[in-house]
Design a protein around this ligand. Structure first.
Ligand code: FUL
Length: 489
């Protein structure tokens, strides 16, 4: 064997020994776990919702489907501007209301005669989905689609034929505009133009969506990809499990109670994380008389959504020109700068000592030093896939951050490594004052993908997070300490 080949074999053996060691002792997943697409989705953290359609021009929230197509006539639609606004705010994706309850389609859907094609806009040749999907692709923002099954215009609504029309409608939207990251199914189900209600074939809607867009996370009240948080005010439960029982339930009237959606099920059979949808304005659609929320309100929403193990889907409605108004885009810039002001500087990274009560016993030699794959220092690295884990038997444990100089802190951010499931069910935080005394400053339940604990501002010499009860050994990939000076309004 030549020298090169020998070295290759040796490297291979060492590599395998290390990965085998890691595999042997890596924590087992606990309970249902997310798919790769659900992990990628959750890591987006904040996306932008755009409610846009005839209601933008009539001032209604729910059009009744009789609006003449010509009502839809944006004077200067520019989806590139929407994308720029989204990127500036830090949204990774945009979801557009391709068809709201009034049935009007923002694309020339061949299954309907109530679309942009029948409108005067761009002489009937316009296509909002084409323009937005292209602008998203160019801008590196993901593209998602909201389509309401409830349709107050479709003549077949309320008959089995409508399910077929809806499937073809979906197929058209899912095959002509590239990959979509999320399909949003609204659970609202009222009467159609003939006063009838529809029995939806959710099984087929989901199966076809999966087939045509395998990476799309499917939203409905009960998933299967992600679930409604149970309110439209931006508040996820302080206890929030990403697990949900879905057998026997369905979207709309068949959904579990709203407080269940808000908190999830402790022993839920499926991984169906919460999505918090809320509007930056009082309504979902743009109205001249309404204005965006303050930065303070947006920060509160951020803390009660992203900070409580859910994804924030913030609605920013374009106006009747087809542009996001200056006051909303400015507010989003201010919101972004408030977020950066808090989260750009992670005080935990400056800790002089990081220790934990238990480290999973699996070690490797790094440049002669004995270190662990599961060392708590992984909590402050920027690698999503490295984590602090304890031995299987240690379902309670603590981790301590000590500073030579006391630090001003009022936010503690924790993240569980969700590819291995959601585990922690009870934790508390203690701080050590500058004078050396210890105080409990927070007692909470779940963590999940991300948890941001708000507490009084303290000058801390040490911060200790106690995992009081975990359903399998705790596995955390991030712990951050921050200070929010709340100087925004
Ligand atoms: C609800 C709809 O009825 C509202 O108009 C809005 O689209 C909201 C996001 O979902 O079910």
């Amino acid at each position: 064997m030549g020298r090169k080949a020998c070295m290759l074999v040796a490297t291979f053996v060492v590599f395998n020994a290390l990965s085998a060691q890691r595999n042997v002792s890596a924590p087992e997943p606990f309970g249902p776990v997310p798919t790769a697409a659900q992990v990628a989705w959750q890591r987006m953290e904040m996306n932008m919702f755009c409610h846009f359609g005839p209601n933008t021009f009539t001032g209604l929230e729910w059009g009744d489907g009789t609006e003449p197509e010509d009502v839809f006539n944006p004077s200067s639609l520019d989806c590139g501007q929407w994308v720029a606004v989204a990127k500036g705010a830090g949204f990774g994706g945009i979801i557009i209301t391709a068809k709201h309850h009034d049935g009007f389609c923002l694309w020339p859907n061949p299954e309907s005669d109530h679309t942009v094609r029948q409108s005067a806009w761009r002489g009937g040749n316009g296509d909002v989905l084409a323009e937005l999907s292209e602008a998203c692709r160019k801008g590196g923002v993901k593209f998602g689609i909201y389509i309401s099954p409830w349709d107050r215009n479709a003549p077949t609504y309320g008959t089995p034929a409508y399910n077929k029309v809806f499937l073809k409608t979906l197929r058209h939207a899912h095959t002509n505009y590239g990959p979509i990251f999320e399909q949003w199914f609204d659970g609202a189900n009222g009467e159609g133009p003939n006063g009838k209600r529809q029995v939806y074939d959710w099984k087929k809607f989901n199966a076809q969506t999966r087939r045509l867009q395998p990476d799309a996370v499917i939203f409905s009240d009960v998933g299967p990809g992600c679930r409604w948080v149970g309110n439209e005010t931006g508040i996820c439960g302080r206890t929030c499990w990403s697990r949900l029982d879905i057998s026997g339930y369905g979207p709309g009237a068949d959904a579990p109670a709203q407080d269940i959606l808000n908190a999830g099920n402790y022993n839920g059979e499926c991984w169906v994380p919460a999505e918090t949808d809320v509007s930056i304005r009082p309504g979902w659609f743009w109205r001249e008389s309404e204005h965006p929320k303050s930065v303070k309100e947006l920060m509160d929403i951020y803390y009660s959504s992203v900070g409580r193990n859910s994804l924030l889907l913030l609605n920013v409605p374009p106006d009747d020109r087809g542009l996001i108004p200056a006051e909303d885009s400015l507010r989003l810039v201010e919101f972004r700068s408030a977020l950066d002001g808090v989260f750009k500087m992670d005080i935990a990274k400056k800790a002089d000592l990081i220790v934990s009560s238990n480290v999973r016993s699996s070690h490797k030699k790094t440049r002669g030093k004995d270190t662990s794959y599961y060392d708590p220092h992984t909590l402050v690295d920027d690698d999503y896939d490295t984590y602090w884990a304890t031995d299987d038997s240690a379902t309670s444990a603590w981790v301590l951050f000590r500073f030579n100089e006391p630090q001003t802190i009022n936010r503690v951010m924790l993240q569980e490594y969700i590819p291995l499931g959601q585990r922690v069910e009870k934790f508390h935080i203690e701080i050590q004052d500058a004078d050396g005394s210890w105080h409990t400053v927070a007692e909470e339940t779940t963590i999940g993908y991300k948890r941001i604990v708000l507490m009084e501002t303290v000058k801390a010499r040490s911060v200790r997070v106690h995992i009081d009860r975990s359903r399998a050994c705790p596995v955390l990939n991030r712990l951050g300490l921050f200070h929010d000076d709340e100087s925004y309004k």
